[in-house]
Design a protein around this ligand. Structure first.
Ligand code: ZN
Ligand code: ZN
Length: 361
């Protein structure tokens, strides 16, 4: 019996060696393997399995900040409500992250910009180009504070030559020039205590409200409502009462967070390392981002079910950094709080109070 198993193991090892040899040396075997990988990727890119149930879905495609973080793109949150996909901010790396996470399954037809710092807008052009490449021919609506007209016009002009090359190369039937049209939709700034409905279509309501990110003025936060489920997106802000007022009973509150103690350590290191300019720039950010503790207080006051931190400053890498970043938070908010990451998916099925948390690749 032992001999039988030994022979079987030897046979399996020989077959495996033969397979490895074939893949390494034989072009036909390599092509077969490559073809099957391409097919699997192509099929996966068309799928959005979380869309099977009617609901409001949040997919984070950028949880970083202007500080470089190899694991996080700059600000990017995709909201899927029913059949509509709407993007909130498109900072550096957002377009590639969206494509990695979602393939072509959820192309946005609108982008809502919270404000115009580059870490929230620099990928607007690439998102528009991605839509054009996948055959969307409807204009991309760019909502935002007054001034969004300049952003839309600027990206339209910056990408004009690229689009003309692609039309010439692939033909106007496949890549018509109108597949890259950015339509600015400025949202008139409400007063500090008011809100304004920026969009009301297909059962989706998007409400804009003022936050404090001075001197980026006005800066907005947004609330998305869909069939009884809701998501609040803070944008960049210091602790602000509007998040409580507009965020009342939200299912998800996505809030920016800057840990001042951690940034202070980085600033001190920069100072003693001969980079006082960097130290000053870092400390200047203290007054226009909420701390993790402040965001937790806001979420508590609003009675939001789940608080997710994004726009993390500094980059949070590893378990120890997470523990430092969240220091003091459990005392304020013991549960219903998490650090966001690129690829995080949170689904809010219609007709329930469930919050389903998962990850996309
Ligand atoms: Zn900002
Ligand atoms: Zn920012």
């Amino acid at each position: 019996m032992m001999k039988f198993f030994a022979a079987l193991a030897a046979l399996a090892a020989a077959a495996l060696a033969l397979l490895v040899f074939a893949i390494f040396w034989l072009p036909t075997a390599q092509d077969l393997l490559f073809r099957s990988v391409v097919k699997a990727n192509f099929e996966a890119a068309a799928e959005a399995p979380f869309q099977e149930k009617d609901g409001l879905h949040l997919i984070l495609c950028g949880t970083g900040s202007p500080v470089v973080d190899p694991e996080r793109a700059a600000s990017c949150a995709l909201v899927i409500a029913g059949q509509r996909a709407i993007l909130f901010d498109a900072g550096g790396g957002a377009a590639r992250k969206m494509q990695t996470i979602l393939g072509r399954a959820a192309l946005p037809d609108a982008i809502f910009l919270t404000h115009f710092h580059s870490d929230h807008i620099s990928d607007v052009g690439d998102v528009a180009l991605m839509r054009a490449a996948f055959g969307r021919q409807t204009p991309l609506a760019i909502y935002g504070p007054p001034g969004v007209e300049r952003i839309a016009r600027g990206f339209q002009e910056a990408y004009a030559l690229d689009v003309s090359y692609r039309t010439a190369h692939h033909g106007a039937a496949l890549m018509p020039p109108q597949s890259f049209v950015l339509q600015a939709r400025p949202i008139i700034a409400p007063s500090a205590e008011e809100s304004v409905i920026a969009l009301e279509e297909d059962g989706i309501t998007i409400t804009a409200f003022r936050v404090d990110h001075d001197p980026a003025e006005p800066a907005y936060g947004y609330r998305v409502d869909y069939k009884g489920r809701s998501i609040i997106i803070s944008g960049d802000t210091s602790k602000h009462p509007n998040l409580v007022r507009v965020g009342k009973d939200a299912d998800i509150m996505l809030h920016d967070a800057l840990n001042r103690e951690m940034v202070e350590i980085i600033a001190q290191t920069a100072e003693s390392g001969g980079a006082p300019r960097l130290a000053k720039i870092l400390r200047d950010t203290f007054d226009y981002h909420a701390t993790p503790q402040e965001a937790a207080e806001i979420a508590n006051e609003a009675e939001a079910a789940l608080l997710i931190y994004y726009h993390l400053v500094p980059p949070v890498q590893g378990l120890i950094a997470e523990r430092i970043f969240l220091r003091g938070v459990p005392e304020i908010r013991a549960e219903g709080v998490m650090i966001g990451y690129d690829g995080l998916r949170v689904s809010l099925p219609v007709g329930s109070s469930e919050i389903e948390i998962g990850s996309l690749p």
